[in-house]
Design a protein around this ligand. Structure first.
Ligand SMILES: [Mn+2]
Length: 573
């Protein structure tokens, strides 16, 4: 591995013996740069390469009854359907929780289940199942409550369900707090003692497995729309796109690219996605944020109806609202991000002495702080905790880098917290405002212990060196074998050594830089997004320089061209 210091990032360049790269390229008729990217991702043995390139049901998908308590949950659901007992789904307001709720309704309604769902209101109810919801469910005659994408820490509500004599089935994918709620059944691949081989399912993935088992028992085929909901929730929840998730995301993308549903088409139009082939990246950037806006509808129940294609008029009407909510969300998100950046630039958050970005405000809406925390991790390469404060209570979202396990860090400070939960890289918490300072000190202490200077240096993992003349349609086409891109399977980064400028750079909207590069007999356009500071760097550059970037297909009117999206530059040494 070679290291080059770029203007912003340290570049880690993979190198493999050319014979090995060329042999792999020849075997699958791939561009050598793509063959090297496969090796750089750690797929070295012939079996591993085969498994990565051709995900298959037989290799990647395990039987749902391997999930602990899945059989018990399915038996109970079938009994409820048979006895005409009322079933309540307790979901969540993010895309994973909404798609999981929709998927369960979609699957159980045709079997004659008396089923309804409850989604908490982000502001009024907060995250997760509450004892109050259980009490109301009992009053309304429900005999069975099933959580999706939440519940693994619902100790109080589980207790209340026992006392009131109704059954609670918890389906979740979040980490447990060690002990488990006293529920009728708990289906969660991440609970101790669950032998399900694949642990990275999203919440929608867990309920999908339960529904698959149920459909297997009644001898029916799952409705096609289930695969679309599974796709949306899985991509939106940013779970690793490896193994079983990779299989289902590929499956879902193939399906929607052949035939997409009414609601999906509305989201596609809203997102200005006119191309015929939608990728996981399009879903992550353009589709999922719109569904996320469902959680901010006055009545998030409409969101589930939207996803289930209730009727044309309603889908179009809600689609319009989603578009507007999403535009408004972007504005708010930009404002919060600007606030935090200003604190970094003024030194109020001092990146030299602090390893974690932690900030709180009563003016930041709870619905966007997770998104902004994610952006901050990307910008500064360190963990971020943002909190919304109200009436003496702080509610926050954390995002982290692989070197720092946020879930463990919160667990170690759980004596200060009212609630907490989530995953190693994304978690939520609440605590009294009076404890914020103490939490900050504890987090910094832990970061000092666990995070080295090296962890905090921002890195780019670069898979392959290329020449600009290799940036062709063939390279872009071959890159599709590596898709779907997302968490733990990012788009490949390429390194071009010694490019020169053909003409003066252009600064677009005071933020992005457009260039024409020349290298190895070829000229390509390149764009650097949100790097205005590089304008001066390029303007005075008369020597060759190195570039790291992604190779993209650019559709403009009726022409397609191959361009670079630049991420960083360095003077050629
Ligand atoms: Mn989730």
């Amino acid at each position: 591995m070679r290291e080059i210091q770029g203007v912003k990032y340290g570049w880690h360049l993979h190198a493999f013996p050319p014979q090995q790269v060329l042999a792999l390229a020849a075997q699958y008729a791939l561009a050598p740069a793509i063959a090297q990217a496969i090796l750089a991702r750690g797929h070295i043995s012939p079996q591993a390469i085969e498994k990565y390139l051709f995900s298959s049901f037989a290799e990647d998908v395990a039987h749902p009854s391997l999930l602990y308590d899945a059989d018990k949950a399915v038996e109970r659901l079938l009994r409820a359907i048979e006895k005409k007992e009322k079933i309540l789904i307790a979901g969540d307001y993010d895309v994973d929780g909404i798609t999981a709720s929709a998927l369960m309704i979609l699957c159980l309604q045709p079997l004659g289940a008396y089923i309804n769902f409850f989604l908490p209101n982000r502001v009024k109810d907060g995250y997760g199942l509450s004892a109050k919801t259980i009490e109301r469910a009992v009053q309304s005659g429900y005999r069975l409550v099933v959580t999706v994408d939440n519940g693994i820490t619902s100790f109080g509500p589980a207790q209340r369900a026992r006392e009131l004599g109704i059954d609670l089935i918890i389906t979740d994918h979040h980490r447990s707090h060690g002990t488990l709620p006293d529920a009728f059944a708990i289906v969660n691949p991440n609970q101790e003692g669950c032998s399900y081989p694949y642990k990275a399912l999203a919440g929608v993935g867990v309920i999908f497995k339960v529904m698959s088992l149920l459909y297997e028992k009644v001898g029916r085929q799952l409705p096609a729309k289930a695969y679309e909901l599974l796709l949306l929730g899985t991509v939106a929840d940013v779970v690793p796109l490896t193994g079983e998730n990779r299989y289902w995301v590929r499956h879902g993308l193939t399906q929607i690219n052949q035939h997409s549903s009414l609601s999906f088409n509305v989201l596609k139009t809203n997102g200005k996605l006119s191309k015929s082939r939608i990728s996981s990246t399009d879903i992550g950037f353009s589709i999922a944020p719109q569904i996320n806006a469902l959680g901010r509808l006055e009545d998030p129940r409409q969101g589930v109806q939207f996803l289930l294609d209730a009727n044309v008029g309603q889908v179009e009407r809600i689609g319009k609202t989603l578009f507007e909510l999403n535009q408004a969300r972007k504005e708010i998100e930009r404002g919060v991000l600007k606030d935090v950046i200003a604190q970094v630039e003024s030194g109020a958050i001092d990146l030299k002495s602090e390893r974690i970005i932690m900030a709180a405000s009563d003016s930041w809406p709870p619905g966007v702080i997770g998104l902004v925390a994610g952006r901050l991790v990307g910008m500064y390469g360190r963990p971020a905790i943002l909190l919304h404060t109200k009436n003496g209570i702080a509610k926050g979202s954390c995002r982290s880098i692989p070197a720092f396990n946020m879930f463990d860090a919160l667990q170690a400070s759980s004596d200060l917290l009212t609630t907490f939960g989530g995953h190693p890289q994304a978690a939520g918490l609440s605590l009294p405002v009076s404890s914020l300072q103490q939490l900050k000190e504890r987090m910094e202490g832990r970061a000092a212990e666990f995070l080295t200077e090296k962890d905090l240096k921002q890195k780019l993992m670069v898979e392959s060196e290329i020449t600009l003349s290799e940036c062709t349609q063939k390279l872009v086409d071959d890159m599709r074998h590596l898709e779907p891109f997302g968490c733990q399977n990012p788009e490949p980064l390429f390194y071009v050594r010694g490019a020169v400028l053909v003409e003066k750079p252009t600064l677009l909207k005071e933020a992005h830089i457009k260039l024409k590069l020349f290298h190895d007999g070829a000229t390509r356009s390149a764009i650097f997004f949100n790097r205005p500071e590089l304008y001066a760097w390029f303007a005075e550059r008369d020597e060759p320089f190195d570039v790291v970037g992604q190779v993209k297909e650019n559709h403009w009117q009726d022409t397609v061209s191959i361009e670079l999206t630049g991420l960083d530059v360095a003077p050629t040494s």
